[in-house]
Ligand binder design. Sequence first.
Ligand code: FES
Length: 260
Amino acid sequence: MADGSGPDPIADLRANTDAPFERARAMPRSVYTTDTFLAAELDHIFGRDWYCVGRADALSQAGDYVTGTLAGEPFIVLRGRDGALAAMSNVCRHRMSTLLEGRGNTRAIVCPYHAWTYNLDGTLRGAPAMEQNDAFCKSDYALPKIRCEEWLGWVFVTLDPDATPVAQQLAQVEAMVSGYDMTNYTETFYEEHVWDTNWKVLAENLWRATTCRSATRAPSAACRGSKTWSARRDCPRSTITRSSRTTGCASRWPIPTTIG
Ligand code: FES
């Protein structure tokens, strides 16, 4: 029992991985179905590691942006007027509306709720009616920055300010792929798929060699089968595909209180 009231998925997993390789079994059900394990994943994996959000060349012009959600935190990656890529919170500092959706190009970040307007560097440009409040200081309301790095043309973000730099983490990989000239890859095609399942089920199906061999001709058809994805019914939520599209979403950054 993790808290005395339910299964302890961490203990379940530890017991599972303690078994010798010759007696290896699939991961325990609780790692797919409990809120306890989901919270641990968000904290220890999605809240700390680097995640690739695409190719830098797809964000080539000032104002080009892509949005996403990492560990429940909506973010924007955007090409600034100085030519540099930057990542920042995608939550309005007024009443927490999501600012941008999907991918595109913008001259400024304008909140769809009450039209607070941010510059491409995340600083607050204008806030209607707030000039009537003497205590209001625009510099207090810039969008919080998120770490963003480029590696061989791939763009990565992390919520962990202390994460080891991407190039350092992937130094061995860089040596392995050195013959592919990845830095000069150009994005010619983009699709986004949202899978209504636990993220681990998707990952397991993609990297398992036997799946590749038997389902190469139609992997997506294999995955759509109700039996293949029956774990979906037991999954409390999908970890990697949720996004906050409305007002009132939570943010890790406290917002100053001098707002109207
Ligand atoms: S201006 Fe963004 S929530 Fe009000």
